[in-house]
Each structure stands twice: as structure tokens, then as C-alpha cells.
Write a protein that binds this ligand. Structure first.
Ligand SMILES: NC(=O)c1ccc[n+]([C@@H]2O[C@H](COP(=O)([O-])OP(=O)(O)OC[C@H]3O[C@@H](n4cnc5c(N)ncnc54)[C@H](OP(=O)(O)O)[C@@H]3O)[C@@H](O)[C@H]2O)c1
Length: 344
């Protein structure tokens, strides 16, 4: 879409959506016109300062309406996936931060976007406001990415940092994460590595040109509990004696057999290394891409205002007539995947 002032529909006005709406209504009125905001609880949204006239609890109506761009910030699988697909199918551009839906339905959503020649942008889905997908898809489009590896979940990194710094148990560190507002009411997707696996699938799409089967991404070494659920204060104390800390690393690598080697696992790293020094809710992704060598991107991985920044940048890219987050990369297929500990 290209028009002087894009008409924007926003689905969801929570932590991220509320910030996006606020920005659009204050700083970007020359570029964008907000034509509707969909939530479930209208009174709650109005209390955050969103004009009542914009609010609706019927997101499908908004998507079918007059907007040029749909910004999906509801999260979760449904109805988000169906709404994104409907918008793209109708030729509307979509901006989303929804890693959950993208990791499971990326291939379908990419096919729909390409078929309808509609832009689908999702920079905010990985590393929140910190740019990483455009780095892979645009800036490194000419390189052969060999490895993508990172700390991509702030909640678990906060818990691991807290445990290492204070000797706290996993339960106490999780409670501290809740108190600091860094953990969801239900922290399962974070602590069991599911959120990191979602982000790894999206990173791998940019790095290796294929959508991995999300359900096949291992989130633990064989026999271990998923994610950081099995990391104990004792394990961290032993690591410390060896000058190490534990980080939940998400890694995808081009295997010599053509398969993608991928996993999300707690990993010992030197305390005095870039990953070891990445503490709290910060995120960091390292990319090995010959002939360039190794580069890294580090920054805040979440938070309403930070994540809203990535959403706004995607909206501005759409206003400039740029394409989807995969840029000029060819259409992605699927790729076979194996765990690092599986035989080649
Ligand atoms: N928070 C972050 O730091 C962050 C960072 C990166 C990416 N993201 C992603 O951004 C997205 C939004 O996250 P968030 O933290 O802003 O979520 P949130 O605070 O839970 O907000 C979700 C919003 O969507 C609305 N909503 C949910 N289901 C709906 C439905 N069926 N119909 C209409 N409205 C519905 C909610 O309305 P009610 O409140 O009325 O129920 C609420 O306004 C997610 O995909 C998340 O993974 C978040």
C-alpha cells in the first residue's frame, strides 16, 4: 500500500498495543490515521486514554473494514492467526509482534502475503525493539549465515542472572521476576523455553530460508526438564567455581548434511564472555556469516515502549513502500531439523 496517510487498525491495546496507539495519536498523525482499536475489555482500554470512539470488541469487523494496515498485538494463536490471514488475503499490510503465531503458521502466512502481494512485517516478534530480523534479511542478505545463536528470552535470563548473583533458588528468582514485572502470570512458555523456540524458528527463517517445525525444536538435552526448569542453585554454584554462568541459548546452525541443527538449551558460558556479561532482561544474538565473520546485536528484548518502537519502524517501512520482513529473500520452504546431540 502507498498513500499519503495510511489508515491503521490496531488489534490489542495491552503492554505493546497501548504504546503503539499512544505514539500514533501523538507523534505520527501526519503519517498515520488510527481508524480503530480492538480489545476485549472496552472500559479498561478507555481508562488507559484511548478515545472511546476508536474502541471496539469486534476485531474481525475492523479487519474487514477500511484500514490499509492491520497491526496485530493481541498475541496467541487464535484469533490472531485467522485475523492476520484475513487481512493479508484482503491485500492489507500487516504488522505483528506475534512470535507464537508466526512460529507455528509462518509458512502459511508468508504464502498468503506473497500470494496477495501484501506486506507482512514482524520485527517486534524477536528481541522486542532491538533490530535483528532486518539485519539478517537485508544487511546480511549477501552473506552465508552459518550460525545464529542467542539469549532471546529476557524472563529466563533475568532468573538465571538473579540466581547466579544472589544464590537464590529457582522458585525465589521466579518470584522476583514476577515482582519486577518481568514474568507473565503463567510463566510456562518462558521458563520451559517455548518462547525462545518460537523466536528461534523466526530467526532461522531469516538466516536459512526455511520455516522449521516448531514442535520439533528441542528445548532440553535428553533426560533434562525443558528450558531452565531444571537449573538449580547448586548447578550455578558449581559453574561459578569454574568461572562460568548458565545461559538459555537458542542456536540454529547449517548442518553439513543440509539439515538445520537447532535447540534451546541451558548452556555453560564463561562469566567473562559477551553472553556471560548479558544479564537481566537484556537479549543478545550472535551471527556467524562468512566471509563477514562474527557479528552481534544486543539490546532490550521486551517492554511496551521498546517493542512499540519496532512496530512503528515497520509501519514507517510500509509507508515508504518497502516489502515484508523477509525483504528480497526467496520464498521459504521447510527444512529438516536435527538436535545437536543427534547423529548426522
Ligand atoms: N510485552 C512485551 O514486552 C512484548 C515484547 C515483544 C513481543 N510481544 C508480543 O506482542 C504481542 C502483544 O503482547 P502484550 O504484552 O502487549 O499483550 P497483552 O498486554 O496481554 O495485551 C493483549 C491485548 O490484546 C487484547 N486481546 C487479546 N485477545 C483478544 C481478542 N480475542 N479480541 C480482542 N482483543 C483481544 C487484549 O484485550 P483485553 O485486555 O481487553 O483482554 C489486550 O488489549 C504478543 O504477541 C507478544 O508476544 C510483547
Amino acid at each position: 500500500v502507498t498513500r499519503a496517510r495510511l489508515r491503521v487498525v490496531v488489534l490489542g491495546a495491552g503492554t505493546v498495543g497501548r504504546e503503539v496507539v499512544r505514539e500514533l495519536l501523538t507523534s505520527w498523525t501526519g503519517e498515520f490515521e488510527v481508524v480503530g482499536v480492538a480489545v476485549r475489555d472496552l472500559a479498561k482500554a478507555e481508562a488507559t486514554g484511548i478515545p472511546q470512539a476508536l474502541l471496539t470488541d469486534a476485531p474481525a469487523h475492523l479487519v474487514a473494514g477500511e484500514g490499509d494496515v492491520v497491526v496485530e498485538l493481541m498475541g496467541g494463536e487464535e484469533p490472531a492467526r485467522t485475523l492476520i490471514k484475513a487481512a493479508l488475503g484482503a491485500g492489507k499490510a500487516v504488522v505483528t509482534a506475534n512470535k507464537h503465531a508466526l512460529a507455528r503458521h509462518g509458512i502459511e502466512l508468508e504464502r498468503t502475503a506473497r500470494g496477495a502481494k501484501a506486506q507482512l512485517r514482524f520485527e517486534a516478534a524477536v528481541l522486542g525493539g532491538t533490530p535483528i530480523l532486518r539485519v539478517l534479511a537485508d544487511d546480511l542478505a549477501g552473506a552465508q549465515v552459518r550460525v545464529v545463536r542467542g539469549i532471546v528470552n529476557g524472563t529466563t535470563n533475568y532468573i538465571l542472572s538473579e540466581m547466579a548473583a544472589t544464590g537464590a533458588t529457582y522458585e525465589d528468582a521466579l518470584a522476583a521476576a514476577h515482582a519486577a514485572g518481568y514474568a507473565e502470570a503463567d510463566p510456562t512458555a518462558d521458563v520451559e523455553g517455548g518462547d525462545a523456540a518460537d523466536k528461534l524458528v523466526i530467526l532461522a527463517r531469516m538466516a536459512f530460508g526455511a520455516w522449521l517445525d516448531r514442535a520439533a525444536v528441542p528445548r532440553a538435552a535428553p533426560g533434562d526438564p525443558p528450558g531452565i526448569a531444571g537449573v538449580t542453585a547448586d548447578a550455578l554454584a558449581v559453574a561459578r567455581e569454574g568461572g562460568q554462568v548458565i545461559r538459555l541459548l537458542a542456536t540454529a546452525e547449517r548442518g553439513s548434511d543440509g539439515r538445520i541443527v537447532a535447540a534451546v538449551v541451558p548452556t555453560h558460558v564463561p562469566a567473562d564472555s559477551p553472553f556471560g556479561r548479558t544479564t537481566g532482561v537484556r537479549n543478545r544474538v550472535e551471527i556467524e556469516a562468512p566471509p563477514l565473520g562474527s557479528i552481534a546485536v544486543e539490546g532490550p528484548g521486551a517492554g511496551g515502549p521498546a517493542t512499540a518502537n519496532a512496530v512503528l519502524s515497520d509501519l514507517l517501512a510500509i509507508a515508504r513502500g518497502e516489502g515484508s520482513t523477509w525483504g528480497s529473500l526467496p520464498p521459504a520452504g521447510t527444512a529438516a531439523l536435527r538436535a545437536p546431540w543427534d547423529a548426522t
